[in-house]
Write a protein that binds this ligand. Structure first.
Ligand code: KG4
Ligand code: ZN
Length: 367
């Protein structure tokens, strides 16, 4: 890939969930390499990420992935000025693998370590490759673990304003795919099945659309799909989803999720009084969501920035945000720890617990 040999470079490491990734990023934010080893084949049979399997795979893959990233960037360890690593939020065992590798490299090369927040990195990815600054904006991270809206005053000052009271949007895609007997990961397979379906065939709920509060909830929608696919619990309930219903159910579910996501983004833009929306995370790869966000933003005069496809799902290149910290003179001590839970989300979840389940009587069946 090349790049200016005199430009400072950092190595970024990402292992918060089920992707082992390393990237070399120059000081001008040029991505010189971005190697992503996906584990989806290891988790496919389980319909979701198995934390222990993920950590073990990270241990096996982390060094080859780092070596490949260095080679692809056409540089050597001695050319690096800093090591960036995701230390929050994510699966504790997975995060520990990346953080341990990063600390070891930073210590042995005697260069600074910069621990980055994975969610902030997802938002930062929207601005990568843009010629102008994307902040301030509403940040929206929609992935397997998060459906969060942020008041982003700058790259390093993003404050959470809404999240999900139960399942994240990507998690709902993955669980509904299991109900419909579609392969993991659920998002892409539901999108594909929906191509041949009618999004109006099933009248599924749009959770929290009529609520004043900005949060999301998807577990009731997931249960509604289950009942539509197999019948309500009772002697006549089916154990499998009839295959002829799958395209219509996939299309109706996808439409319901997208309607809610687009509505909540518009609500956040209006209440925070920002003109720009930055969207990142795996679900931002969804074609219908991209189209309908574009449509909503055009209609209301907002600017939309969605992370490029290759930077939507987990990758180390988006840890380029570490350069922002380095420019502010902020580095991390070598005893920095992993923070598996999203601190900001935790604070928010405590107050959300007292809320009534927005989907009323539909008790989530799959968790
Ligand atoms: O950001 P990501 O790679 O990992 C997390 O941090 O969670 O997101 C993975 C999630 C999975 O739930 C996957 O089903 C979903 O993103 N996803 C999609 C699509 N591609 C990936 N969801 C809907 N449509 C897609 N095309
Ligand atoms: Zn992610």
């Amino acid at each position: 890939m090349g790049g200016d040999q005199l430009m400072r470079k950092l190595l970024a490491i990402e292992s918060s969930c089920d992707e082992t990734s390393a990237a070399v990023i120059a000081e001008d934010r040029t991505v010189l390499s971005n190697v992503v080893a996906s584990q989806f084949e290891l988790h496919q049979d389980y319909g979701g990420v198995v934390p222990e399997i993920a950590s073990r795979a990270h241990v096996r893959r982390i060094l080859p992935v780092i070596r490949q990233a260095i080679a692809d960037a056409n540089c050597s360890l001695g050319d690096l000025s800093a090591i960036a690593v995701t230390n929050e939020p994510g699966l504790v065992g997975s995060l520990l693998v990346g953080l341990t590798a990063a600390k070891t490299l930073a210590m042995s090369l005697n260069i600074p370590l910069v621990a980055v927040n994975h969610i902030d990195a997802h938002i930062y990815a929207c601005g990568m490759g843009q010629s102008s600054d994307v902040f301030p904006c509403v940040g929206f991270v929609v992935s397997g673990g998060h459906t969060n809206l942020y008041d982003c005053r700058s790259a390093t000052d993003c404050r959470m304003v809404a999240g999900t009271t139960d399942d994240a949007a990507g998690e709902a895609f993955d669980k509904v795919a299991r109900i419909l007997d579609l392969p993991y990961p659920g998002g892409p397979s539901i999108q594909k099945a929906a191509e041949h379906g009618n999004p109006k065939a099933f009248d599924l709920p749009r959770p929290m659309m009529r609520s004043d509060q900005p949060n999301f909830s998807f577990s009731g929608l997931k249960t509604a799909v289950l009942y539509a696919a197999r019948g309500v619990p009772g002697p006549s309930q089916l154990s499998d989803t009839p295959p002829h219903l799958v395209p219509d159910l996939a299309a109706s579910f996808q439409q319901a999720v997208v309607d809610v996501l687009v509505f909540k983004c518009r609500q956040a833009l209006k209440s925070l009084k920002y003109r720009r929306l930055c969207v990142g995370g795996g679900v931002a790869a969804n074609r219908l969501l991209r189209e309908q966000l574009q449509h909503m933003c055009q209609r209301h005069g907002f600017e939309l920035l969605i992370a490029p496809m290759e930077l939507c799902t987990d990758n180390a290149a988006m840890a380029a945000i570490a350069w922002e910290y380095l420019e502010q003179g902020r580095t991390s001590p070598l005893d920095v720890d992993v923070l598996p839970g999203l601190i900001r989300a935790k604070r928010w979840t405590e107050s959300a617990k007292s809320e009534r389940c927005p989907t009323g009587h539909l008790r989530p069946l799959l968790n």
